[in-house]
Ligand binder design. Structure first.
Ligand code: IP8
Length: 265
């Protein structure tokens, strides 16, 4: 059986995060080609999880959905946000199909449930069945039903590791808009240094090297993120790559050595 890789593509790669409902169509087309090359030439199956970018976050903020769904206006916002997310997924699916990837969106709103913003179930059988049929599931960050808050936001960062664990994926590839995990925020600090590998052997050293003299919230945020990645990597190894650089996602999907950060535990 071909090995399974869960690919998470960040919303800031796929969309212009500052302009509502604006997709980076050229980037999506190139990534579709890279995924197509992989699944049509190698023994690799791919589940694509994608961020919502400017199709989700702007509406979610406008309606205050971060705190749940409590009134009629928020219910409209919940519906509108889901509709926008489905638009992005459909756009990606069409671009993938043009590149010989038979992609089918699977919406967490219909397959997952949360409790107080925490993912508690994801019916992964549909994802498994799509793969078995030779199709490529596309799972967006979405709004979902929440037992405590009526509705809440389910990030692709939660569903990707969940699915990777449930489907026993060989590895996860996170396609982001920076080179990988760095000592400081590379968008704000030109001295940021890429951390090529995080393992149980160097994690304490990596955590100690974070931040330098930059703001404590940046350091805290990064520390939290690395701890979370380490936890996820216990179940599934992770490679984080710059998806804006042509070929990086393709090579990472194939399991090749690539510029980025590998998290292995
Ligand atoms: O972009 C967020 O998903 P993410 C989903 O993967 C919504 O964090 C609806 C904002």
């Amino acid at each position: 059986m071909a090995e399974l890789v869960v690919l998470k593509l960040g919303g800031s790669v796929l969309t212009d995060k500052k302009k509502a409902l604006t997709a980076n169509k050229k980037v999506i087309a190139r990534l579709a080609k890279e995924v197509g090359e992989v699944i049509n030439s190698a023994q690799v199956r791919v589940v694509v999880v994608h961020g919502a970018g400017s199709f989700g976050h702007i509406l979610a903020k406008k309606y205050g959905l971060q705190g749940g769904v409590h009134d009629a206006s928020q219910r409209i916002g919940f519906a509108e946000t889901h509709a926008a997310v489905t638009e992005l997924s459909q756009l990606i699916a069409r671009e993938f199909a043009k590149n010989n990837v038979p992609a089918i969106p699977v919406y967490p709103l219909l397959t997952a449930r949360q409790q107080n913003k925490k993912l508690v179930s994801f019916n992964h059988q549909v994802v498994k069945d799509l793969l078995f049929a030779g199709l490529t599931p596309i799972v967006p960050g979405d709004v979902v039903l929440d037992g405590a808050l009526a509705g809440s936001i389910c990030s692709g960062d939660a569903s990707a590791p969940w699915l990777a664990r449930a489907l026993e994926a060989k590895r996860m590839v996170f396609g982001v808009d920076v080179e990988g995990v760095c000592t400081t925020d590379p968008k704000k600090d030109r001295k940021a240094v890429l951390i090529p590998e995080i393992t149980s052997k160097n994690i304490n050293q990596v955590l100690a090297s974070l931040g330098g003299s930059s703001a404590p919230d940046v350091t805290g945020g990064m520390r939290g993120k690395i701890m979370e990645l380490a936890e996820q990597a216990k179940a599934t190894p992770i490679t984080i790559v710059n998806a804006l650089k042509p070929g990086r996602v393709r090579d990472a999907l194939l399991g090749k050595q690539v510029t980025g950060t590998r998290v292995l535990f």
